[in-house]
Design a protein around this ligand. Structure first.
Ligand code: ATP
Ligand code: MG
Length: 571
C-alpha cells in the first residue's frame, strides 16, 4: 500500500512541510479535521513540483486566522463567502485553506449556494478527477487517501477528466483551467471531457464566468513555470481575451519572463526564497496600457500580490540609487547593502537596469564576490583554533570576507596576519601522568583535554606478554582537518563550519568524545585504563602483581560453582 505521508514528507520542500505542520497543529488544537487536497495531492503523486499547498478543514477556517498569524503566517486574503483563507507561509509558500463544502448550482452564471459539508461531499464539487483527492492529516486516519473518482488512474493515464457532464456549464472557469492544466502537464482532455469542452465552447458558456474566478485565474498564470507557453495555449483557445479583452501574447515581454524565471532559480540555489509571481505578471502585461494593467490589478483577489507588483519599479529605482551612492562606494558596502535587500528587488533590478555600474554590482553580488570566501585559509584557521566553536567565529569570517572583497588582504600572509589577533589562547596542557593507584585511576578517567588519543584494545584478562607493562600502547594520531567552506551563503548567513576530526580512546566513556574539540599539535598517548575493585584482590593493578598472585593462590574456591556441583551430585 502506498505510504502517502512518506510521499508528502519527502516531496514537500522543508518550508512547505513546516507550513503544513503549523496549520496541522493549529487545526488540531481547534479540534478541526484537516486534509491536504487539490493540486497538492495531484502533484505529490505525479512527482511534479508542488507549487502551492491546498488544505481543507471540516469547519470554519476563518476561526484559525488569529492563530495562524500568531504562528508567523501572513493571511493575504479572506474570502468570507467561500470561507477560504489565502496564506503566505514562511519561505514564500503560498497556501489556501478552504472550508469543506458542498455547492449547488441553481442557474448557470450564478454563484452556487454553498453549505458546510464532509470531505467526501467536498471532493464532489471539484473540477477534475486528478484534483478530487484528499489526504487525511488527522490523528485517527492520518495517511488515508480519499479518491472517490479514481483520480490515481487518470494520473497514470495522464488525462484530465471532469467529474460529471455539467462541470463546464456549472462553472465555466473550468474551461480555462482545463486549457491551462492541459498546457502545463501536456495531458490531453479525456475523450468525453473533450466533447463536453467543445460543446461548452460552442454554446459560449464562458459568458457566465464569474469575476472572482477570472481574478484567481489571472494570478495563477503568474505562478506557472512556463507562463508564456500557457498564455499561448489560452490565446489559441480564445480564453486570454476572457481574462482581459486587450491581452495577448504580443503584449508580454516574453524574453524578460524567461530571464526572470532563470534568475529566480539562481537565487533559489543561493538559498533565497523568492516570490516571483508579481514580477512575472509585470512582464506578462508589460506592453499593455496603464489603464488595462490597473484593471487587471483590480481583479486579482490577493491584495498583497498586487501591492508587490505595483511597488516593483519604485523599489528597484530606490535600490539603484543606493547602489550608485556613498553607501555602496566600496565592494563591501555594496555587499552589505544587497545582503539586506529583498531578493525580489535584486531580481527585478537585475532584469531591468540600464546602468552598467549597477548591473556589474548585481552580477558580482550573485557570482564573483561569493567565491572570495574560498580564499580564507581554513586549514590554518583550524590550527589557530579559529573554528566554529568560537562564539565570534561568524563575525571573524565576515570581517575577513569584507576585507577580501575590498582587496585589502592581497596575499595569504596578509590574511593570516589579519586573523592572528582573533586566535584564542591555547588550551591548558594535559595533567601530568600520575603514579601508582592515581595513575590507574587517571587512565580510567575520560580524557577531556587530550586532542589526540590512543586507540587501545580493551584490556584482556590473563598473563601479559613480557614487557607489556612498560611498553606504551600504540597511539593513533588523527590530525585535525578543516574543510574550506563550500558554497558561500547569501546575506552573510553562516557558512558550513569546518569540521575538527577527533578520535576518542576506545576505552574512554562516550562523554569524553564531546569534549575533544580543540585541534591538536602533539600526540598524547593514553595508558590502558585498568578497572580496579577494592574488594577483589584478583583485579589489583599490575604493580602489585606478585602480591596479587599470592592472594589468588590462598583464596578459597569460589562458593557458587561449588554449591552448584553439590546440587548436581544430589540429583
Ligand atoms: P495549481 O495550484 O498547481 O495551479 P490546483 O489544481 O491546485 O493547481 P488551485 O487553484 O490551487 O489549483 O485549486 C485547488 C483545488 O481547488 C483544485 O485542485 C480543485 O480541486 C479545486 N478547484 C479550483 N478551482 C475549481 C473550480 N473552478 N471548480 C472546481 N474545483 C476547483
Ligand atoms: Mg493548488
Amino acid at each position: 500500500m502506498a505510504d502517502y505521508i512518506y510521499s508528502m514528507e519527502s516531496r514537500l520542500t522543508p518550508d512547505q512541510q513546516r507550513g503544513v505542520n503549523l496549520v496541522q497543529e493549529i487545526a488540531r488544537h481547534a479540534g478541526l479535521n484537516l486534509y491536504l487536497t487539490g493540486g497538492t495531492i495531484r502533484d505529490l503523486i505525479t512527482g511534479l513540483p508542488i507549487r502551492d499547498i491546498d488544505l481543507s478543514v471540516q469547519g470554519n477556517p476563518l476561526k484559525l486566522q488569529k492563530e495562524l498569524e500568531k504562528a508567523g503566517i501572513s493571511v493575504q486574503g479572506v474570502d468570507e463567502d467561500l470561507r477560504t483563507l489565502h496564506l503566505l507561509m514562511p519561505g514564500n509558500v503560498r497556501a489556501e485553506v478552504n472550508l469543506t463544502r458542498s455547492e449547488t448550482y441553481d442557474k448557470p452564471g450564478k454563484a452556487p449556494s454553498i453549505a458546510p459539508a464532509t470531505i467526501n461531499e467536498d471532493l464532489r464539487r471539484r473540477d477534475f478527477t486528478v484534483n478530487a483527492m484528499a489526504l487525511s492529516l488527522n490523528p485517527g486516519s492520518r495517511g488515508l487517501l480519499l479518491d472517490p473518482f479514481n483520480g490515481i488512474a487518470d494520473i497514470e493515464a495522464k488525462v484530465l477528466r471532469v467529474l460529471h457532464n455539467y462541470a463546464f456549464l456549472e462553472d465555466p472557469i473550468r474551461l480555462i483551467r482545463a486549457t491551462r492544466l492541459s498546457a502545463r502537464f501536456h495531458w490531453p482532455l479525456e475523450e468525453r471531457t473533450q466533447a463536453r469542452y467543445d460543446s461548452a465552447k460552442e454554446n459560449n458558456y464562458i459568458e457566465y464566468v464569474g469575476k472572482r474566478s477570472i481574478g484567481a485565474e489571472l494570478e495563477q498564470l503568474a505562478h506557472e513555470d512556463d507562463p508564456i507557453g500557457v498564455m499561448r495555449a489560452l490565446e489559441k483557445d480564445d480564453w486570454l481575451k476572457v481574462l482581459h479583452p486587450h491581452w495577448s501574447v504580443a503584449k508580454a515581454e516574453a524574453s524578460d519572463v524567461g530571464h526572470a524565471i532563470k534568475l529566480r532559480q539562481t537565487l533559489t540555489d543561493l538559498g533565497y526564497s523568492v516570490e516571483s509571481g508579481p514580477m512575472v505578471m509585470y512582464f506578462l502585461t508589460r506592453k499593455m496600457s496603464d489603464k488595462d494593467v490597473s484593471e487587471i490589478q483590480r481583479m486579482i483577489p490577493r491584495r498583497d500580490f498586487v501591492e508587490k507588483w505595483k511597488h516593483l519599479e519604485h523599489d528597484a529605482q530606490a535600490l539603484a540609487k543606493k547602489l550608485t551612492g556613498k553607501e555602496a562606494a566600496t565592494n563591501s558596502g555594496s555587499w552589505k547593502l544587497l545582503s539586506a535587500t529583498a531578493a525580489e528587488s535584486i531580481l527585478f533590478l537585475s532584469l531591468t537596469t540600464k546602468q552598467g555600474a549597477v548591473d556589474a554590482k548585481l552580477k558580482n553580488f550573485l557570482g564573483k564576490w561569493r567565491q572570495v570566501r574560498e580564499k580564507l585559509p581554513f586549514p590554518e584557521m583550524a590550527e589557530m583554533r579559529i573554528t566554529a566553536q568560537l562564539p565570534e567565529y561568524q563575525h571573524i569570517l565576515d570581517q575577513a570576507f569584507l576585507q577580501l572583497l575590498d582587496n585589502k588582504l592581497r596575499s595569504h600572509n596578509e590574511i593570516v596576519n589579519f586573523l592572528k589577533p582573533f586566535e584564542p589562547p591555547p588550551p591548558p596542557p594535559p595533567p601530568p601522568p600520575k603514579r601508582g593507584r592515581g595513575k590507574a585511576a587517571a587512565a580510567a578517567e575520560p580524557v577531556a583535554s587530550a586532542p589526540v588519543v590512543a586507540a587501545t584494545p580493551p584490556a584482556k584478562r590473563g598473563r601479559k606478554p613480557k614487557g607489556a607493562a612498560s611498553a606504551p600502547p600504540d597511539a593513533v594520531t588523527v590530525a585535525p582537518t578543516a574543510q574550506p567552506i563550500g558554497k558561500p551563503i547569501a546575506g552573510g548567513k553562516a557558512p558550513v563550519p569546518p569540521k575538527t576530526a577527533t578520535v576518542a580512546a576506545k576505552t574512554a566513556p562516550a562523554k569524553a568524545e564531546k569534549k575533544l574539540v580543540q585541534p591538536a599539535k602533539k600526540t598524547v598517548a593514553v595508558k590502558k585504563p585498568v578497572v580496579t575493585k577494592k574488594a577483589s584482590p584478583k583485579k589489583k593493578p599490575p604493580a602489585r602483581k606478585a602480591l596479587a598472585k599470592k592472594l589468588v593462590a590462598k583464596k578459597p574456591a569460589p562458593k557458587k560453582p561449588a554449591a552448584k556441583k553439590a546440587a548436581k551430585k544430589k540429583r
